[in-house]
Design a protein around this ligand. Structure first.
Ligand code: F6R
Length: 606
């Protein structure tokens, strides 16, 4: 989704802004632009399409002079992806330029008012009202004009603003959309995502909602909405710059698939000590746990599917009913949630708008919220009562892989941790050794499937792919089908195998590909019957199972393998061959694997 960068210092701003925008490319965008201040005023350059076009148009930034400016990647919401609609937007008098992430909900009324007052609009965007309001309210202080402007706005916004009257100064505002300030030496920055900052500085200030910032090359100041200066903590970011680069892999997605053994180790190893699981970051007591009548997990997309899988371990070990709800539905369901509900909120980015809204709704009803989040300092992490970070490192490919599996790992750890605190586990060692084995088993699952690329050649032209499974296998089938859809653009659907004969089997015909997940011994025989049913109707079956599973091996047409693992924790291993298959199918289809069409890395609008 949209990205923002800002720079002020002694060196030319444009090359740094362009570099920052490149780091944000992975979030998805369809146009981009920069605005830089010099003695001659503000120069704006905008393009549709890739940052490469902006580099070409500006001769790598050399044609946009000045040492302070802002940049933006836009993911079209209000108005088509055109140069006019791309940010930055200029005020009519040319003194202000604004970049914006988020959505201004009341922009139509504001636009009509501003047109009545004589302001000229150049774009169809909601953002443009902001720059005209700033011009209207400016009477010598940009900070005052911004406070007056934001008092008129409803919605979400991270803003970057420059004003030719105050050369070398950047202004930033945050409300329900992420914005991070980068503190350097003789130069300062802001960005909507820490990946754009780490090549330049690791010292960051995470802005909170309702805060305003002013940056010069030598100072970073943050204010509240009354103009009162705030004292903010400077946080040291530990993310590795290398981790946000491809490191020899053709795509970030493949690199991130391969990083999963290490990512799972980072999520699990520090939390396992002396044969037990510990969450030092969480001060939840056994008494508090005993007060919990139900657990509600909420999330979107793959994070929701991680919840669907994690539910089995939580329910089985903790003996607390667990509901898994799509955040976009939960918030409008008038949910039966109170102070006896533990809400588990799962999000890689920590910035997903629907998840944030559902979380706020449930907390307002009294639920305590535990966030399972990857991005440190993100909105969801800040809103939560407790946060268990997934420590996956930066995930750049839009389709999540290590983000999802580390969410699973944390849910497994939480299940054992809570159950142990509740006194339901006599001996944790059995579970702990399964959890310790996860990185090794994931590596096996990667190594066991060299045939996946070849299978992709067989299945890449399919009209539709069916993923089937039962129980824990069904939860993984949901994520497997999503991976296939989003990166290869093939129609793929997951069905609970037992449901086939209640309708869907009507769609099975000669050569329909069915991907059957058979990794849960407790219901394997049942899934086998479903395989036989679809085979009898001509389906081509690709089974995912263990190497020694003779019954499945003898009926399936093709095979993917995982090593033996406790079904309770198998999802994190089972998904690996399906990620690899989806990757190679997308490659066969010539898709833009890291940046699938129409998708964005973090969905900060509803
Ligand atoms: C799919 C994918 C999305 C995200 C979803 C939630 O590969 O990445 O479905 O899982 O948009 O995002 P987060 O986890 O950032 O809240």
């Amino acid at each position: 989704m949209c990205g923002i960068v800002g720079f002020t210092g002694a060196q030319p701003a444009a090359p740094i802004l362009l570099d920052g925008l490149k780091k944000l490319e992975y979030r998805g965008y369809d146009s981009a632009g920069i605005a830089v201040m010099s003695e001659g005023g503000i120069t704006v350059s905008k393009v549709t399409g890739r940052i490469a076009n902006l580099c070409e148009k500006t001769n790598d930034g050399k044609e946009v002079p000045g040492s302070a400016g802002v940049g933006h990647t836009r993911w079209a919401t209000h108005g088509a992806p055109t140069e006019e609609n791309a940010h930055p937007h200029l005020s009519n008098d040319g003194r202000f330029a604004v970049v914006h992430n988020g959505i201004i909900e009341n922009y139509i009324a504001l636009r009509e008012e501003l047109i009545r007052d004589g302001y000229r609009f150049e774009s169809e965007t909601d953002t443009e009202v902001i720059v005209h309001l700033v011009e209207m309210y400016y009477s010598g202080s940009v900070r005052d004009a911004l406070i007056k402007t934001t008092n008129r706005l409803r919605g979400s916004y991270a803003l970057g603003v420059i004003c030719s009257e105050e050369p070398g100064k950047l202004f930033a505002v945050r409300e329900a959309s992420p914005l991070i300030l980068g503190v350097g030496v003789g130069e300062n920055y802001f960005a909507s995502d820490v990946t754009a900052l780490v090549p330049y500085t690791r010292n960051c200030i995470y802005m909170d909602d309702g805060e305003y910032a002013e940056l010069t090359k030598d100072s970073v100041k943050v204010f509240d909405c009354t103009g009162q200066e705030l004292s903010k903590e400077v946080v040291r970011v530990t993310w590795d710059v290398q981790a946000a680069e491809k490191g020899g892999y053709e795509h970030f997605m493949l690199k991130e698939i391969m990083e999963q053994p290490a990512a799972i180790k980072a999520a699990t190893a520090p939390r396992i000590k002396n044969g037990k699981v510990f969450f030092e970051e969480m001060d939840i007591s056994a008494e508090e746990l005993r007060e919990i009548r139900k657990i509600v997990i909420t999330a979107c997309g793959s994070a929701y599917y991680a919840g669907c899988s994690g539910r089995y371990a939580l329910e089985k070990l903790c003996r607390i009913p667990v509901e898994v709800e799509l955040a976009s539905e939960l918030r409008y369901n008038n949910p039966l949630i109170d102070e006896h509900t533990l809400l588990i909120v799962i999000s890689q980015s920590g910035e997903t708008a629907d998840t944030i809204a559902a979380m706020k709704e449930c907390r307002a009803r009294g639920a305590k919220a535990l966030a399972v989040v990857n991005v440190v300092g993100s909105t969801i992490a800040k809103l939560a009562d407790w946060t268990a970070y997934t420590w996956a490192g930066p995930e750049i490919a839009v389709a999540t892989t290590k983000g999802y599996t580390t969410q699973l790992a944390v849910l497994y750890l939480l299940s054992v941790y809570f159950a142990d605190k509740l006194g339901y586990i006599d001996d944790c060692s059995k579970y702990v050794s399964s959890l310790r084995a996860l990185p090794r088993l994931i590596q096996h699952a990667i190594d066991m499937n060299p045939g996946a690329a070849q299978l992709a050649k067989k299945y890449h032209g399919s009209k539709s792919l069916f993923f089937i499974g039962r129980n824990t296998d069904y939860a993984v089938a949901l994520e497997g089908a999503l991976k296939m859809k989003e990166i290869s653009y093939l129609h793929a659907e997951a069905y609970a195998a037992g449901e086939l004969k209640h309708g869907t089997i009507a769609l099975i015909e000669e050569h329909t590909p069915v991907i059957a997940l058979c990794c849960n011994p407790a219901i394997m025989e049942k899934t086998l019957s479903n395989i036989v049913e679809v085979k009898a109707r001509g389906a081509e079956v690709l089974a995912l199972t263990f190497r020694d599973n003779q019954k499945i091996l003898s009926v399936a047409d093709d095979l993917l393998f995982i090593p033996k693992i406790d079904a309770l924790f198998s999802a994190a291993v089972e998904i690996i061959p399906l990620q690899i298959l989806a990757y190679y199918v997308a490659k066969e289809n010539g898709c833009d694997i890291d940046k699938p069409k129409n998708l964005a890395k973090s969905v900060t609008v509803e």
